[in-house]
Design a protein around this ligand. Sequence first.
Ligand SMILES: [Ca+2]
Ligand SMILES: [Ca+2]
Ligand SMILES: [Ca+2]
Length: 318
Amino acid sequence: MSDGTTAWGHYSGSYNVPADQTTTVFVFESISSASSSQSVGNFLDNFEISCDADGDGVIDRWDQLPDDGDGAFITYFPEDGKQVVAFEDLWPSLGDFDFNDLVMSNQVKIIKDADLNLVEASFKVSIDAIGASLHNGIAMMLYTNTKEPFADNIIESVTGDVNLDPDNTNGLILSNDVFVTVDDRYQNNGSGPIGVPDTIRFTIMFNDNAADFIPELYLFRTGNRGLEVHRSGFPLTATANTALFNTVNDAGDYKTSTGLPWGMEIITSGIYKSPIEKVEILFAYPKFGAWATSNGVNEPTWYLEPVEANVVDLGLGK
Ligand SMILES: [Ca+2]
Ligand SMILES: [Ca+2]
Ligand SMILES: [Ca+2]
């Protein structure tokens, strides 16, 4: 490497240390200088050696997984706290609107490679409340971060308490019946919860087709796959029975004509308390209606102000 005489230049290179080599010496020899003598006016400064132990192209100092040749960076969904999703399961009827028929909290650890493509994601889905008499299953869709379907399958394989959804690309089945998956003692059947919520754990390995995703947890009726209850604003699955839209209380896209939803999400690091069985969420959380019907614009912290007599502390946040 050789440079001019008026400004510093920056040079870099790489060297693969052989597996059995325990000592490596770097030697610099002058090949040119600013004077007639090789030993006068030859400057070298700011020399640095960085190791990339796993050879993934990200030096150890920046590599959050320095011994993992696939993964380099770790992120979380949500970035802070946890995603709490809750459903009223009698869609397209509002039912008792106690919004505790299935309450889950979700935290995802996401690993990306040196090019910021997805490598794998590890999910912890806590089943925080089952205030239902109907049998329901839990499924998940992965969408782009603008809530669009991916053009391709992004899932290579899965491990843990989950199966690929045979009917939906980038879909997963977490449970075909929560009463089978989750011990009965976790039901919120009016007498309140007993014990620590059960948790479904699984990992998705990705096939390099995507850099980001949004997970959409949703509910479906056991034995009636087409009866799905989603949060509003997501694409239709291939399995949803569209004949149920705009029937009973539904005005399309899982909202009533006044904008009340059947599924909701909050992001919180605190404890979310579900409404007591058969108590409308509008009485448990007086500001819920304003939040829900404004598409989340108004009263964004509605869940911090329950009527304590109308909610049950499910021991969430564990
Ligand atoms: Ca590395
Ligand atoms: Ca690495
Ligand atoms: Ca209920």
